[in-house]
Design a protein around this ligand. Sequence first.
Ligand SMILES: Cc1cc2nc3c(=O)[nH]c(=O)nc-3n(C[C@H](O)[C@H](O)[C@H](O)COP(=O)(O)O)c2cc1C
Length: 163
Amino acid sequence: MLYYRYRLYKIYTFNVVLRKEIFMSKISMTYYSGGGNTEEMANIILESAKAAGAEIEMVEASEADATEMLAADVIVMGSSACGEEEIDGDYIEPLMEAFDGAISGKKVALFGAYGWGGGEFMETWVSRIEDMGATVIGHVAGEEGPGEVEDELKELGTTIANA
Ligand SMILES: Cc1cc2nc3c(=O)[nH]c(=O)nc-3n(C[C@H](O)[C@H](O)[C@H](O)COP(=O)(O)O)c2cc1C
């Protein structure tokens, strides 16, 4: 009896490992947040993706490496609205420039906080990614943080985990 239990346990763990190694996408996530609103959004996505079984690595944009991110199947990026309806120019924009010509065929998810622009920066960002030949699997813009879009952020986490 104990032996059969042991066999079942081995089969179960083997399948879990196999599923993760073979079927689950590699996900890379980064964000820029000047005041913490986009960071709050990032943490909701992260927790939701993890709850859905994803193994996901998240780093702040200042620590992100474009080449490492491009090794993932799913690229998740967050930025607050900066400048005049722009993404962050110091860390996210250089990543975007590095991705141009290399991100084609990847799945991308975008998120970020805005103040007064109604999330216009996000629409521009989505278009830029699509013009680079990548597929935007989801995007969420939130007024000053997660507030009214908390459920959308959780859903995005699940989408990423299953992409
Ligand atoms: C320098 C600066 C520029 C900004 N430009 C915009 C903008 O163009 N459109 C907008 O909706 N919000 C703009 N905002 C507001 C922020 O995007 C908003 O407060 C956001 O919630 C900040 O998120 P964070 O805490 O992740 O940095 C700007 C804020 C700053 C400080």
